[in-house]
Ligand binder design. Structure first.
Ligand SMILES: Cc1cc2nc3c(=O)[nH]c(=O)nc-3n(C[C@H](O)[C@H](O)[C@H](O)COP(=O)(O)OP(=O)(O)OC[C@H]3O[C@@H](n4cnc5c(N)ncnc54)[C@H](O)[C@@H]3O)c2cc1C
Length: 327
């Protein structure tokens, strides 16, 4: 699809530094890759690095949540048996120094292979190279420890490691201060925005940094604390109401960094407070921010205007023409 659209991809290429003209305007990005160092020049840029690397190095204001969601190394396994695995883990995880986190997984459709997202690496900031290195090593150590634990105590239960992913999976690092920060209340009450470019219905889902497990907050006011191997704790974060919102929205302003003329963001570095981010961060929502950022960059280029001058109605109409559901 990328090639069919006439886009020139650069694989195995990392953004390193912004390239500014004398007036301080971003005119290119310095990249490092197999052929060494180079510059990709452009008029408009979309920062989709997850960590907001471009915005950070442009010295745009960024911030981090004090309880940033921890990363996880996933794994493909064969011979998965949820009950036996979790019983063994609960009984012996201390011996193998496996921290208690939250385990989620599913069979890969059409196969007997199980994808487990079951490690948890606490206290690391994956936008920092030292912490990212530590997280990469620790995530793999935890997988190895799980395999060793099953080998030692599993008896006739055999679990095989099929493959590891190329990198640790990162839930959250920096956020970029934008024209608007989506507040927890905005998401929890399903606030509608005049410049909405994305709609999400995934429950608010906080993987805890300061305790095991995760907390789901549903738009109907239900709250569920889940900790693998323990009963669910079900409560409410607000009283019962006759009508509940069924979705929340992402406004275009949460993708336009403050003081930016030609940089837009897409993805998990968007401007959202802690609980709002916990639901908005999922793929179906991030895809919508990517599409909106691309359309916004196209319109700004076409009209030769700053991204701060964009008409959100133009962006919404163009998205609608492209088949997006814009409410
Ligand atoms: C363990 C785990 C389980 C999850 N489970 C689910 C789930 O079940 N369902 C769901 O919908 N969501 C899930 N999520 C959330 C969701 O996957 C992420 O929030 C989402 O993928 C973030 O998308 P993104 O494009 O913003 O960031 P990322 O997916 O992190 O993509 C950023 C990309 O930028 C690249 N990059 C970074 N820095 C640079 C640079 N300097 N130069 C060039 N490239 C760079 C990275 O290599 C990466 O490819 C999960 C997340 C994690 C970590």
């Amino acid at each position: 699809m990328v090639l069919e659209a006439g886009v020139k991809p650069y694989l195995h290429t990392l953004f390193s530094e912004p390239c500014l003209d004398k007036s301080g305007k971003l005119v290119g990005v310095i990249v490092d890759g197999k052929s060494g160092r180079g510059v990709i020049r452009a008029k408009y840029f979309v920062d989709a690095t997850g960590d907001g690397d471009l915005c950070y190095r442009m010295c745009f204001e960024t911030y981090e949540s004090p309880r940033r969601q921890p990363p996880t190394t996933c794994v493909y396994l064969e011979g998965w048996d949820s009950e036996r695995f979790h019983d063994l883990l609960k009984a012996h995880r201390h011996e193998f120094n496996i921290p208690e986190g939250y385990a989620w997984g599913a069979k890969i459709p059409g196969t007997e292979i199980y994808m487990l997202a079951g490690t948890r690496i606490y206290g690391v900031n994956c936008a920092d190279i030292n912490d990212l290195t530590k997280a990469e090593i620790e995530g793999r150590r935890q997988i190895r420890a799980m395999m060793d634990l099953v080998r030692k105590y599993g008896g006739d239960y055999k679990m095989g490691l099929v493959s590891l992913p190329a990198t640790v999976a990162i839930r959250e690092t920096r956020h970029v201060k934008c024209q608007y920060q989506i507040s927890d209340e905005d998401a929890m009450t399903g606030r509608l925005f005049h410049d909405a470019i994305a709609n999400g219905s995934y429950r608010l889902d906080t993987h805890h940094q300061d305790k095991p497990g995760l907390t789901f907050k549903y738009l109907d006011g239900t709250e569920v604390y889940e900790r693998t191997g323990y009963p669910r704790e079900i409560g409410r974060w607000r009283d019962v109401t006759p009508v509940n919102p069924t979705f929340y929205q992402v406004p275009l302003r949460a993708l336009i960094p403050q003081n930016s003329t030609n940089v837009i963001i897409a993805g998990r570095m968007l401007d959202a407070s802690e609980i709002a981010f916990s639901g908005i961060r999922v793929m179906v929502n991030m895809n919508q921010t990517g599409e909106a950022a691309g359309v916004a960059a196209y319109l700004a280029l076409h009209k030769n205007i700053s991204v701060s001058e964009l008409s959100s109605e133009d962006v919404r109409q163009t998205l609608t023409k492209g088949g997006s559901i814009i409410i």
